[in-house]
Every structure is written in structure tokens, then in C-alpha cells.
Design a protein around this ligand. Structure first.
Ligand SMILES: [Zn+2]
Length: 59
């Protein structure tokens, strides 16, 4: 299974796409980082792949 992640542009914390998709907009979980991450920040290719295969990402 392809793991889709998004890297915070400020602190390089890696967030899983399913967390982003659950929240749509979330504050970066990185320590002392106030960056807001959005599912829409993912590249379109990754978003499409995730949405087509989202059942695989449900644990
Ligand atoms: Zn961050």
C-alpha cells in the first residue's frame, strides 16, 4: 500500500494523509509549530489516489 504523507513546510513534521483527511484542516502536530496543514495542500495526484483508495487507509 502506498503511504501518503504530507510534510509540514515549516518544521518537516510528517503527517499521514488519513489524519489530514479526517480533519481537513489541522494544526501541525510538530512541537512549537503553529502551521496549519490542509488536506488540499497535498498534491492533486496524492489526493486523488487517497480518495480512490480510502478504504485501504481505514484501519
Ligand atoms: Zn510544522
Amino acid at each position: 500500500m502506498k503511504i501518503i504523507t504530507h510534510e509540514c513546510p515549516e518544521c518537516r513534521t510528517v503527517v499521514a494523509a488519513n489524519e489530514l483527511e479526517d480533519n481537513r484542516v489541522m494544526k501541525c502536530p510538530g512541537r512549537d509549530c503553529e502551521t496549519v496543514l490542509r488536506f488540499d495542500d497535498l498534491p492533486e495526484f496524492d489526493r486523488d489516489f487517497f480518495l480512490e483508495n480510502r478504504d485501504q487507509y481505514r484501519l
